[in-house]
Ligand binder design. Sequence first.
Ligand SMILES: CC(=O)N[C@H]1[C@@H](OP(=O)(O)OP(=O)(O)OC[C@H]2O[C@@H](n3ccc(=O)[nH]c3=O)[C@H](O)[C@@H]2O)O[C@H](CO)[C@@H](O)[C@@H]1O[C@H](C)C(=O)N[C@@H](C)C(=O)N[C@H](CCC(=O)O)C(=O)O
Ligand SMILES: Nc1ncnc2c1ncn2[C@@H]1O[C@H](COP(=O)(O)OP(=O)(O)OP(=O)(O)O)[C@@H](O)[C@H]1O
Ligand SMILES: N[C@H](CCC[C@H](N)C(=O)O)C(=O)O
Ligand SMILES: [Mg+2]
Length: 485
Amino acid sequence: MRKLQDILKNIKSIAVKGDTSVEIAEIIIDSRKVTDNTLFVAMKGTQADGHTFIPKAIEAGAKAVLCEELPENLAEHVTYIQVEDAAEAMGYVASDFYGNPSKKLKLVGITGTNGKTTTVTLLFRLFKKLGYRCGLISTVQNQIDDEIIPSTHTTPDAVNLNKLLAEMVDAGCTHAFMEVSSHAVVQHRITGITFRGAIFSNITHDHLDFHGTFENYIKAKKGFFDALPKQAFALTNIDDRRGSVMVQNTQAAKHTYSLETLASFKGKLIADSLYGLQMEIDGREIHFQLIGTFNAYNLLAIYGAAVLLGEDKDEVLLQLSGLQTAPGRFEQLISKDLKVGIVDYAHTPDALKNVLQTINEIKEGNQQVITVVGCGGNRDTTKRPIMAKIACELSNKVILTSDNPRNEDPADILAQMQKGVPPIDFKKTKVIEERKEAIFYAVRELAQAGDIILVAGKGHETYQEIKGVKHDFDDKKVLKEAFSA
Ligand SMILES: CC(=O)N[C@H]1[C@@H](OP(=O)(O)OP(=O)(O)OC[C@H]2O[C@@H](n3ccc(=O)[nH]c3=O)[C@H](O)[C@@H]2O)O[C@H](CO)[C@@H](O)[C@@H]1O[C@H](C)C(=O)N[C@@H](C)C(=O)N[C@H](CCC(=O)O)C(=O)O
Ligand SMILES: Nc1ncnc2c1ncn2[C@@H]1O[C@H](COP(=O)(O)OP(=O)(O)OP(=O)(O)O)[C@@H](O)[C@H]1O
Ligand SMILES: N[C@H](CCC[C@H](N)C(=O)O)C(=O)O
Ligand SMILES: [Mg+2]
């Protein structure tokens, strides 16, 4: 329980009605989850307006309401706090409610279109190897040292985020590594959080359904760096066109990483094969298990962050060289008859291009590349034809299939993808709506020994979401099944 007035001290309120000395048991943003003595935060969302649920929340036991507009009739024994932006205010309130856990950890966040999960997962594993108790917040899963907590978002909402961080502090964690999605910045999920460091990986086409324009998307990511404190570090990929813009207005100490130019952390790619990466970093030559140039960038970001957190360079490189890829990120499976399957989470044009370019660079002789790919429903529609085109350009054969159609008709999504297939590639492209059938067809009907089958878009996911229902589906399992049949 916390006194309401104690958790309001960092927000500017327009009006306060009622007693602020009441005790609050929890902060809740969904009226359906309200219980006794809670603070209900009414937020305007993309589907609904939380303000319409204030009466319901009070009926369910809410003791206080944080909102942008006061209801006409105020209930007795309920305290109302009116603010300009409820989501923003909730960031500070949630941090104070949980005792500002982010200040008690060395918390590093990463933002960028691709590479966040890979980078935080490896940072987490690296720091565990270095002997620390750590926390992880990622698309795949959250972790409090060895305890795994399923994740629902790439970045949780402010309440769940602070709750997780507080549990990490209680469990004795000293470090935490988290993904910061652009949605999270815009929706104030990280407002009030104190970061020790921030990393920028790259920015390319994604989520334009949500942000509207590319400029807004850039602005969202930049917002993360703009809000950093002086004591933090801001580590940016200077080879990305937007790498310097990101840190333009930050107060944090600026550092860069690069494979191409002078930087605080400079790497050189020596060799890239199906067996891993050979790189030179700070004058030391090292072999890594990860595959692909894009992973060379992730490794440099991880190395830079670890050094900026005060770790010994040699020890960092030694431990990093032994780490394996994150779940569903360029994971390889090889069948008895030597067909190579690669499961990867590439679900953006840039990621798909990177992964396919990597496969083409490292493949040998006459190995064929067969790509199975789909695009998610209720997400950015403009990427659909682009991804199909990239798959065609960089593969010998392509199967277009479903990837979480959500509330859309899979046939519509596939028709939009097909618009990107160049006429010259019609022959090598096939549409198979059922993802399992598509993977089986690629393995059994198309692939010969040695051929590489890329199954892209779902990575670690263990479901196929259709009309609000998540059906069991795991690309890795299906691929194994197809291999063993
Ligand atoms: C587009 C988006 O980000 N949506 C998030 C947003 O939902 P919303 O704005 O649609 O909410 P809404 O349904 O309009 O409701 C508005 C408010 O009324 C409340 N409400 C609603 C109904 C009710 O009966 N009672 C009630 O109180 C809701 O709790 C909410 O506070 O706020 C919700 C509560 O925090 C989130 O769960 C939800 O994430 C949805 C599930 C989602 O799919 N988000 C994705 C797009 C997302 O956030 N992705 C990013 C990054 C992905 C990436 O990097 O690739 C992530 O960080 O995961
Ligand atoms: N640094 C990188 N640059 C470009 N592509 C990358 C990079 N790292 C990984 N990828 C590709 O992008 C895919 C997604 O990588 P990852 O899951 O690490 O990114 P993410 O930023 O967490 O994505 P999301 O926003 O969906 O959570 C990988 O499966 C791989 O294909
Ligand atoms: N965090 C991303 C993941 C997309 C993964 C892909 N499999 C899809 O469902 O589109 C999103 O929710 O937009
Ligand atoms: Mg991620």
